[in-house]
Write a protein that binds this ligand. Sequence first.
Ligand SMILES: C[S@@+](CC[C@H](N)C(=O)[O-])C[C@H]1O[C@@H](n2cnc3c(N)ncnc32)[C@H](O)[C@@H]1O
Length: 228
Amino acid sequence: MKEVKNFYDKWEPESFPNYIQLLINFADELIFEELNLLLKKFKNFKNKEDFLVLDCGCGFGAFYNLTKDFNTLYLDISLNLLKKFKLNERKICANILHLPFKDEVFDLVVCINVLEHVNHLNALNEIKRVLKNNGKLIVVVVNKDSLIKEEIFNDFEIYHRPLSAEDFKVNGFKINYISSVYYLPSIFKIFPPIILSKILKHWKIVDKKLSKIFKNRGQFLIIEMVKE
Ligand SMILES: C[S@@+](CC[C@H](N)C(=O)[O-])C[C@H]1O[C@@H](n2cnc3c(N)ncnc32)[C@H](O)[C@@H]1O
């Protein structure tokens, strides 16, 4: 576990080569749009401030805009990433495997690209513990069954285990919804960033079409679960 923490404490995506930043931003945009649709139903709640959300493994807050309108707590194991996160409050440095909360407090837990780094069953158990009955969990993970194996999202020097939809069929949770995003062939990386960014602009529409044809075979798996 320490290794993962050390790795992310030194993680500086802003110093990555241009093409990697472009691909990460592109993946984040696709994920954001998909999650935003899933969160729409909660945003219509009258008392959004009473709706308690946990962004579990929030990093430096790349997905802050997704949950900013709710009463959200932001948790990560890396203190350094939390320091980079622009918020001054509501940030907690802790381990997803030992969440520092009482049982059944959250209405929604969002967990984006974190479960690959831990024993996902233990983490799911811990998330289940802190979720209210009928509470929702929205997970994004690197997909074990994806057609694309983009090395940027697969080759890690620390514990990193892509997961498949099957891995989420666990006791105490019912799967409500599954989809996936990111079907960009790796070959496009060879283009200079100026051309790559143009390709990415147009690829979004293609990606959405491919996600309908090749269901659940994109690079990132998105799953909404409900605690039973
Ligand atoms: C790929 S980053 C994703 C960050 C953020 N969710 C995002 O999508 O931008 C993985 C994050 O998981 C965090 N993480 C890894 N293991 C963790 C653990 N055991 N408990 C809490 N956070 C953890 C890392 O510190 C890092 O911020």
